[in-house]
Design a protein around this ligand. Structure first.
Ligand SMILES: [Zn+2]
Ligand SMILES: [Zn+2]
Length: 296
């Protein structure tokens, strides 16, 4: 019997496409509950309530734009592939080991050290690179394969993933708070039949879904904030325990810049400046400064 557990992983890809539909379903439900049913109609009431309704609806749209933008950036940005010439480098190492070596190439990428070899990709592995069983390839500075975005999260899209998680957390937290008054009066309204059953169902469902997401995302935000501040990936958490001092931990400020770039103005946008892409090697996922580089 040929049982390959990695085959099951390809099912995650199909599940991922369903997750995209689920994400858009939840957004549509929440939009209906917050903008159409509860707060939108009060914008033209006049007075303080009108101003508060306007603020809530405006903030809802700003967060929605930011989370959707970040979401598409994580979905469509390649997390980081190992260049083809890493194969040449590893071949070169093997041949050198066998004392049948030939002169080394002068190209930059070929002079960088491979820390391992992936038998499945038949290519060298740069530092912090891991093979993803769902994508069936090596991913640079792989964090995890995320079924919500049908993509791996790695060196080139980790910032976008963090922003997506952050903005989704803020959006669901705000939705929970602004739907709370309607949710509290839900049972009263059901008793009095003062609102239509459709509207009540939308408010009830949206509140419960947003509360559930806000609570789960809070754990995720805290976990990834601690990973970000210590320059560790989800995969490396297990490796890190063996090390007394994590070699990639450059201090919290440098660690943030290794993921978000050096331009603070762009930290909250799913973008990188051209200079950062050229100057911060961690953003292309092949070279990572270590504590010893900084301390020297
Ligand atoms: Zn691989
Ligand atoms: Zn993957």
């Amino acid at each position: 019997m040929d049982l390959n557990p990695f085959r099951l992983c390809s099912g995650l890809k199909i599940l991922g496409y369903l997750m995209i539909l689920l994400v858009f379903g939840i957004i549509a439900l929440t939009y209906d509950a917050v903008v159409v049913v509860t707060w939108g109609p009060h914008i033209f009431d006049g007075g303080a309530n009108s101003f508060l309704s306007f603020l809530i609806v405006a903030l809802f749209h700003v967060l929605l734009v930011m989370l959707t933008w970040s979401y598409f950036m994580v979905v469509f940005r390649d997390p980081g592939a190992v260049p083809a010439n890493w194969k040449m480098l590893s071949d070169q190492n093997v041949e050198e080991d066998n004392s049948t070596a030939m002169p080394s190439s002068s190209e930059d990428t070929e002079r960088r050290p491979a820390i391992g070899y992936c038998n499945r990709c038949q290519n060298g592995k740069p530092p912090r690179c891991h093979h993803c069983s769902v994508c069936k390839r090596c991913v640079l500075k792989m964090d995890h394969h995320c079924i919500w975005v049908v993509n791996c999260v790695g060196a080139c899209n980790y910032k976008f993933f963090l922003l997506f998680v952050l903005y989704t957390f803020l959006e669901t937290l705000m939705d929970t708070l602004v739907l709370l008054p309607s949710f509290i009066s839900f049972f009263q309204q059901v008793k009095n039949s003062s609102s239509s059953p459709g509207k009540l169902a939308v408010i009830f469902l949206a509140f419960v879904v947003n509360l559930a997401f806000a609570l789960s995302l809070l754990c995720f935000v805290v976990m990834h904030a601690s990973l970000l501040l210590s320059n560790t990936t989800s995969v490396e958490v297990h490796e890190k325990r063996k090390d007394v001092r994590w070699k990639y931990d450059l201090g919290w400020k440098n660690n943030i810049e290794q993921v978000f770039g050096t331009k603070k103005m762009l930290w909250f946008f799913p973008l990188f400046s051209k200079e950062d892409l050229e100057r911060v090697p961690a953003l292309d996922g092949l070279d990572f400064p270590t504590r010893s580089d900084i301390e020297v």
